[in-house]
Design a protein around this ligand. Structure first.
Ligand SMILES: C[S@@+](CC[C@H](N)C(=O)[O-])C[C@H]1O[C@@H](n2cnc3c(N)ncnc32)[C@H](O)[C@@H]1O
Length: 286
């Protein structure tokens, strides 16, 4: 089953590149669902996993295991606590919210996403659990929500100032334009309580990375775009965006967010990570 699905995927790849993002994501999701069927039927814990055909959050057939792994990293690497007030930016189908339900004690968990179907899946999963709240924000994104009414460069996160102890954004800044990224970082700074921490995955460009991309060593074929950013597909930039590291660092400093750590992911050498594909920024609010 696994081999035949990957053969189908290889065959379809060039065709997929020309499809509208929504159709492409749906088809990839359908392939992931097909691959996950045997596990879904044999493992009772996976029976209620969301269908990637409805909202493809990139977790493929491994929603359950990968969510638990990411949560463990948030706890082990950056000290998320069971009592924290948590914000999950671009929470998708609730891959991390699900294992968090058994981790959080008195903590609270707020998630938001621009995909209505994803938020429906999260609400169904956590119905009746007062610690969890999920918000749909109808924000435009060429990849995930082309018809959205709001601009991501003007968005306000669904939380009060300084009320979040721990926030994270997994594979979200890779879909944000430079203006949206600026806005989201400002919203992170506004939302975090003094001493609060943030775990953000992102693709950061510096000189060695740009050289690696030019040499064909990057996992993503990226092309120069604007504001020193690079994108996989200039016709649909929000499919995959890499940001200039010095621009991001300046922005963080101006917002009072301290970079306590930077794990350089495996997407392009040089890397300091054995497990992360994207770069990881570990931030704290002074
Ligand atoms: C690759 S998925 C990752 C989902 C989730 N963070 C996870 O790790 O399972 C990217 C998610 O970001 C969401 N997204 C894209 N643009 C966004 C934006 N401007 N604001 C919030 N979420 C966004 C998409 O709808 C999608 O659910």
């Amino acid at each position: 089953m696994g081999a035949s699905v990957s053969q189908v995927r290889r065959f379809l790849s060039p065709v997929m590149a020309h499809l509208p993002p929504r159709v492409r994501l749906m088809l990839r999701g359908a392939l992931a669902d097909a691959r996950g069927l045997p596990r879904r039927f044999t493992d009772p814990q996976r029976r209620r996993d969301p269908w990637q055909t409805l909202h493809n959050d990139g977790s493929n057939a491994d929603f359950h295991t990968s969510g638990a792994m990411v949560l463990k990293e948030l706890i082990d690497i950056w000290g998320m606590k069971a009592t924290d007030r948590v914000l999950d930016i671009g929470c998708g189908n609730g891959r991390i919210a699900r294992p968090a339900a058994t981790f959080l004690s008195s903590g609270r968990y707020t998630g938001f996403d621009i995909a209505a179907g994803a938020i429906r899946a999260c609400r169904t999963q956590h119905a009746g659990d007062g610690r969890f709240a999920f918000h749909h924000l109808d924000v435009r994104n060429t990849e995930y929500n082309p018809g959205g009414r709001l601009s991501d460069a003007e968005l306000t996160f669904p939380c009060e100032d300084g009320q979040i102890d721990f926030l994270f954004a997994i594979s979200v800044f890779t879909h944000l334009t430079p203006e949206a990224s600026d806005r989201y970082l400002a919203e992170c700074a506004r939302s975090l309580a003094p001493g609060g921490r943030a775990f953000i995955t992102i693709l950061l460009l510096n000189e060695p990375r740009r050289a690696g991309i030019a040499d064909g060593q990057s996992r993503f074929a990226l092309h120069p775009w604007r504001d020193a950013a690079m994108v996989a597909d200039p016709a649909s930039p929000e499919q995959c965006i890499a940001h200039d590291e010095s621009v991001v660092r300046e922005r963080l400093t101006s917002l009072g967010l301290k970079v306590d750590g930077l794990i350089r992911g495996q997407w392009c050498p040089p890397t300091t990570s054995e497990g992360h594909m994207h770069d990881v920024l570990l931030l704290s609010r002074s």
